[in-house]
Design a protein around this ligand. Structure first.
Ligand code: GDP
Ligand code: MG
Length: 163
């Protein structure tokens, strides 16, 4: 049969992790937690996202009522983008993050990063790719040649790359 695009046969994977503005001050502690869970940092970048970049990164959520508020939160301070590599890195990092809502995380996954460093359903400390396909797209968002192109030129750049 046909193989799913982005699926990897082996157990070694890469995922895109992001420390959000509410937890950027705890960068070293969070990176240490990832290490302790067998996830190696292969790339790391601290940066401020523009509103346009957040809208692009979270475009699947653009119709949700919380979108404008998510954009202001994500531009309220620096974020840290990380490429993590390890055995089943995509689900392993999601597991370590805990549930989306930090209050839920404190009820059901007390050891998780969101339980320890997050506040609520929006200010939840970290991001993690939800699939190997998202991981590929999100890693190039922050670390591909594309990430060096100003946001206003990216559509043109993408068209050039596709040719
Ligand atoms: P994730 O994959 O666990 O980060 O969750 P989603 O992809 O569903 O949502 C992306 C991000 O949007 C979350 O991490 C939150 O920061 C924010 N978010 C999600 N759901 C809500 C919500 O119901 N209310 C608010 N204010 N923010 C939300
Ligand atoms: Mg998500």
């Amino acid at each position: 049969g046909e193989r799913a695009p982005c699926a990897r046969s082996g157990g070694r994977q890469r995922t895109l992790a992001m420390i959000k503005p509410d937890a950027a001050a705890s960068e070293e502690e969070i990176v240490a937690l990832a290490h302790r869970h067998g996830l190696r940092v292969v790339a790391r970048r601290r940066l401020n996202l523009s509103p346009a970049e957040v809208r692009l990164f979270y475009r699947e959520h653009r119709a949700r009522p919380f979108f404008p508020s998510l954009v202001s939160f994500m531009t309220s301070g620096p974020v840290v983008a990380l490429v993590l590599e390890g055995e089943d890195a995509v689900p392993a990092w999601r597991e370590l993050m805990g549930p989306t809502n930090s209050q839920t995380a404190r009820a059901v996954a007390r050891a998780s990063i969101r339980a320890q460093y997050g506040t609520d359903g929006q200010r939840n400390a970290v991001h993690g790719s939800d699939s190997p396909c998202s991981a590929q797209r999100e890693v190039s968002f922050f670390f591909g040649a594309r990430s060096l192109v100003p946001i206003q030129l990216r559509l043109i750049f993408d068209r050039m790359v596709a040719m």
